[in-house]
Each structure stands twice: as C-alpha cells, then as structure tokens.
Design a protein around this ligand. Structure first.
Ligand code: GDP
Length: 442
C-alpha cells in the first residue's frame, strides 16, 4: 500500500536533501509537493490542509531552518505529524472486564466482514483466548455457512445460527451459550447491505442494545478510498463505533482511506486486512504506518512477523554461516522454506527500510519459490553443500527431476551466487548484522 505516495514523498525529500541549508521558500515548495502527493493519494482535503498547516508551522521555525541537516529535520516533522494524523498510538481491542466479551462487526456487503470475523478469531486464539463466532447475517444466503466453514478452518467454535432466526435472537442465544461454555470473546458478524440504509442501522442498534458490545468495529474496504471514510462517518454518527478494520489494504496503492479515517471520524483504525488468507490481519500502529509511508520501512512489524515464522536456532546458525561465507544451497533451501511460511515475499521485502521502494518492480513470484525449492530438492545433499560439482549432466538430471529446465537450474545458481556476493559486500560494510537482524529477527 501507499506505493504512489511513498514514491512522491521520497523524490520530494531527495530534492531537498541536495541542499545544505533550506530557505523558507524551499520549505514552502517542498510542502506544496507533499500536499499534492497527499491529495493524489486521495486523502481527504481537509485532513491534508490541517496536516500541511501543522508541518509548515513547525518547519518554518528554527528547528528546521537553522539545523545542519534541514531535510532530515523536515522529514522528522512530517513523520511525527503523519503519526498524529493516523491516530498517535495503537488502540487495542477492549478486552478487559467480565467475559464473554462481545465484539460487533458491522459494514457493507463485500467489505470483508465475514472474513475479518474469522481473522479476528484466529488472532484472539493465538493470544490464548477462546473466541466464539456468531453468524448473524440471515439475509445473504451463504453468509452463515461461510462463517461456519471459516470457523472450522481456524479451529474455533461457531454458533449454529439458522437462517430463519431473527438476528437479535441469534445473538442473545449465542451470548448465553458462550457464557455456559466459557468462551472469552464473542465475535458477531452482522448483516451488510449494498448501501447504508435505515433498516440495517436499526438492526445493528437492536443487537447493540441486546448484547452491549465492548467493541463495535466497522469493516471497510480500503480500495473504495473516500467512500470508506464517508461510510465510517455515517456509521459512527448513527451507531457509534469503537474502531475500524480497514480491509484489502494490500491492494490499495494510494492509501487515502487509511490516512483520513481517524482524522475525519475520530475513530481509530484497529486492524488492517492485508490479504484473503486468514492470517492476513495486522494490528494498526500509526508510527509504523508513517514509517512505511515515508519509505523508512517497518522494522518492528517485520521482526514480529519473522519471529512468528522463523526458527530462531536456524537463524542463528545461518548468521554464523554468513559471517564465515559458508552460505550453501542447503541454507538457501532452508530459507526458501521459511520464506514460504512467512507469506508473500513481496509484502516482507516492502517492510525492509530503504529496500522496499528500490525493489518494488522486481517480480517476486510465489511460484518461483516453489520452483526453486523443487530444484533444490532434486539435488543431492552433496550437491547442495558443494555446488561447484554441478556439471552439465548433473544439471540435466536435476532439471528433469524437478520438472524444470537446465536454464532454470542455472538461473537459481546465478541468484545464489549473487546472494553470496551481496552477503560478502554487506559483511565488509558491517551491514550484515543489521540485515540479519531485520531479515531473520535476530
Ligand atoms: P462480507 O460480505 O463483508 O462478509 O465480505 P466477505 O468476508 O465475504 O469478503 C468479500 C471478499 O473480500 C472475499 O472474496 C474475501 O476473500 C475478500 N477479502 C476480505 N478481506 C480481504 C483483504 O484484506 N484483502 C483481500 N485482498 N481480500 C479480502
């Protein structure tokens, strides 16, 4: 997400960095470009105006103009004000108080509500809580079955709602069952419509009164930009939200909704949906998001992700090997396996500071990982440890065994050589520690 905005801001700051000192007119010019970039990213114009005014007020003071590194100071201010626009700090779910804790999901049809219900259940299960999913969308014929199926996939319990029941009865019964069975959190998937209408709002209100949810989360599709912001405003005014889950964020190159919702509605974004898979849900952190927008990478999210997926012991072994220049094809295969567990390679790469924007046009193809692993699997351990012995006939055998071509095998070997060179280079420059820390959570 935010690719376009990041690029624009990066080039604006690059121009400013070229100068030793900044004059007020340099700052004004730079901020004009920032303003345009934000408007093009579909950020609400009032939010942009406020933002620019805040930055300008600070940037035209001594803090920037008399600094030895004015461009950096300006970026720092932009970063801080972005964090402020995004909501300052993360706002977690309201999980304190007596259990079971009801969470109500509301939103329009197709926004990703049902998927988000299952993702939240998975998220809470990982935190050792016992979630209970409750399908209360009796109008969309498949919605109940969809959530029941997702619940099975996640391995959590789901209330046995029937399509002929009234939603308010479903949630009352579900709460009673949750209490009796000792569930911690009750996640209620309410009905969506194509547009906001009074009937939907009345139903949400009725359910709200019946269960007194600790959180009322609007699920909104980031790709709809300012529409999502207006929907959030509407819902917040009519039923009162405690937060927003912004979905399909990974496909949203502009990011206007993410940047405007908090400032326009006063409602915090609590989670981001970043894919169709059930673990594609991220806690929203304003500071990390601001860093991502400014191309500084999101090291903390990366490390958290890596810690979940990587085997720490293996990572430490790898670090030792990298130090000794002993990175073999065996290690490469281990890495590929771990990468596959991490999810989309592209999404990982983008989190690395200073690398994200540079590599963004490289074709990171998940299928390529599968192909690489197949090739490596077709080698003997001896070949993986000592690729120098790979002559033409061995390569032919490997290609045949992995259902690829000799060119594919050569390409893999070339990538491997380049990786080794990169590691060597980084080791010389002392950047290896940092790279390893970022990549492998060490
Ligand atoms: P509902 O009508 O609001 O319950 O929407 P669904 O949960 O059925 O989701 C509608 C579509 O959006 C489905 O195809 C989901 O897989 C997809 N979807 C949901 N969340 C995300 C997300 O974060 N990213 C992407 N790419 N797709 C999503």
């Amino acid at each position: 997400m935010f690719e376009n905005l990041s690029d624009r801001l990066e080039s604006t700051f690059k121009k400013l960095r070229g100068r030793g000192k900044l004059t007020p007119s340099d700052v004004e010019k730079g901020l004009r470009e920032v303003r345009l970039a934000l408007l093009e990213a579909d950020v609400n114009f009032r939010v942009v105006k406020d933002f620019i005014n805040r930055v300008k007020e600070r940037a035209l003071g001594a803090e920037v103009l008399e600094s030895l590194t004015p461009a950096q100071q300006l970026i720092k201010i932009v970063h801080e004000e972005l964090v402020h626009t995004l909501g300052d700090s993360a706002v977690p779910l309201n999980l304190s108080g007596p259990k079971p804790i009801p969470i109500l999901l509301v939103g329009l049809q197709g926004s990703g509500k049902t998927t988000t219900a299952a993702k939240l259940a998975k998220f809470l299960k990982k935190k050792n809580l016992k979630p209970f999913l409750v399908p209360a969308d009796v109008y969309r014929p498949a919605a109940i079955d969809q959530l029941k199926t997702l619940a099975k996939q996640v391995g959590v319990a789901c209330f046995d709602s029937q399509p002929d029941q009234k939603p308010v009865d479903i949630v009352k019964q579900a709460m009673a069952e949750a209490k009796a069975k000792g569930y911690d959190v009750v996640i209620i998937d309410t009905a969506g419509r194509l547009h906001i209408d009074d009937e939907m709002m009345a139903e949400v209100e009725e359910i709200k009164q019946a269960v007194e949810p600790r959180d009322v989360l609007l699920v909104a599709d980031a790709m709809t930009g300012q529409d999502a912001v207006n929907i959030a405003k509407n819902f917040h005014e009519k039923v009162g939200l405690t937060g927003v889950v912004l979905t399909k964020v990974e496909g949203d190159a502009r990011g206007g909704a993410a940047l405007s919702i908090r400032a326009v509605t006063g409602c915090p974004i609590k989670f981001l949906g970043v894919g169709e898979k059930l673990d594609a849900l991220e806690v929203f952190h304003p500071d990390r998001m601001a860093s991502r927008i400014l191309g500084m990478g999101d090291v903390l999210s990366l490390i958290e992700k890596a810690q979940e997926a990587f085997d720490l012991k293996k990572a430490q072994e790898l670090q030792k090997k990298l130090k000794k220049d002993a990175f073999t094809l065996e290690d490469l295969r281990d890495q590929i396996r771990q990468m596959k567990r991490l999810g989309s390679l592209e999404s990982i790469i983008k989190l690395i500071p200073g690398i994200g924007s540079k590599l963004k046009d490289m074709p990171f193809d998940e299928k390529e990982l599968v192909r690489m692993e197949a090739i490596l699997n077709s080698m003997t351990p001896q070949e993986r440890r000592n690729p120098k012995i790979l002559n033409a006939s061995r390569k032919r055998r490997i290609a045949k065994g992995s259902g690829t071509t000799v060119q594919d095998v050569n390409r893999l070997l070339k990538s491997y050589e380049e990786m080794r060179k990169l590691f060597k280079h980084m080791r010389k420059k002392g950047g290896l520690q940092a790279l390893a820390r970022n990549l492998f959570g060490m």
